[in-house]
Design a protein around this ligand. Structure first.
Ligand SMILES: [Zn+2]
Ligand SMILES: [Zn+2]
Length: 298
């Protein structure tokens, strides 16, 4: 598997002098399987550069875009993904329907005339929309598994297993506890009680889901100090991310979805603190802070 990060920033694009090293584009990742088959994770603004790169290479595209959830930072780049404008290309968008809106409209509605000059039905590529729940399915020769994780309106985590190798992508996720959960509309107290009875503890479900993964990409938006004031906002602090990685015995943990106000210097410091924590606790996994252009092969 070969992975390249095209957008790593959470919430909103943050161009500027202080974000040159880690980058300001919102989430989008390029995953290549052995034969070059392309799977894209999320369609934040980073997907624009990926699309331009694909066009420049003259590749004809047959790809799957796995969307974690409909927040702007995960879909906003789609209308700027040039391969979608090229006839002969084939793009399957995978994600979840929501109670009030289905997957196709989640993507299409941000291109309605009031927001954008070109409408979804004017795109020349062949587009498919496949909504999933918690399930297991194939893309090319890879096995893909989905899991609902803790975020306002919920996020889908993706696990991709391919020829004995594995990747887990959980872009937005908050440590689960009752206080934060009851502040989220998708986990009203009664729903929450039922959910836990049926499915078990949400944090443990995530540990089971990511268990043994070669690479875990996980939300590390906040510092533990910041998190105290951000309970219920749907994001993790980096100590929680490290704990997940250790509990699940992953090999490589990638800190992801950097907070928009975070400068390059700030992220360097967070990474340093994480590596210190890993050493002190005698964790054995490798830790990287995601940056635009980062490539990982395994
Ligand atoms: Zn996000
Ligand atoms: Zn979100």
């Amino acid at each position: 598997m070969k992975l390249k990060f095209w957008g790593v920033r959470g919430s909103i694009p943050t161009p500027g002098k202080s974000t040159v090293k880690y980058g300001g584009n919102t989430p989008s990742l390029e995953l290549r399987l052995d034969n070059g088959e392309l799977i894209i994770l999320d369609a934040g603004t980073g997907i624009r550069n990926l699309g331009d790169h694909l066009i420049a290479n003259g590749e004809s595209i047959r790809t799957y875009i796995l969307i974690t959830h409909p927040h702007w930072d995960h879909i906003q780049g789609f209308p700027f993904f040039k391969p979608a404008f090229v006839s002969g290309n084939e793009i399957t968008v995978i994600g979840t329907d929501r109670e009030e809106i289905d997957l196709q409209h989640i993507i299409a509605d941000q291109m309605k005339k009031i927001y954008f000059p070109i409408q979804l039905n004017e795109l020349k590529a062949k587009l498919h929309f496949r909504s999933v729940t918690e399930e297991l399915f194939n893309i090319f020769d890879a096995r893909v598994r989905t899991l609902y994780v803790n975020h306002p309106g919920f996020t889908v985590g993706y696990r991709i297993d391919y020829r004995g190798k594995s990747l887990v992508y959980i872009s937005d996720n908050e440590p689960f506890d009752k206080e934060s959960a009851t502040r989220m509309t998708n986990f009203e107290p009664i729903v929450l009680k039922k959910f836990i009875e049926q499915h078990g503890d949400p944090n443990q479900r995530i540990v089971d889901f990511i268990h043994g993964a070669d690479v875990l990409i996980h939300d590390a938006t906040y510092t533990p100090e910041e998190y105290v004031d951000k309970v219920g906002w749907g994001h993790s602090h980096y100590l929680f991310t490290l704990k997940l990685a250790n509990d699940a015995k992953v090999k490589h943990c990638v800190l992801f979805h950097h907070e928009p106000n975070r400068t390059d210097e700030n992220i360097d410091k967070i990474l340093e603190k994480c590596r210190h924590e890993i050493k002190q606790k005698q964790f054995t996994f490798q830790c990287t802070a995601a940056y635009e252009g980062l490539e990982i092969s395994w």
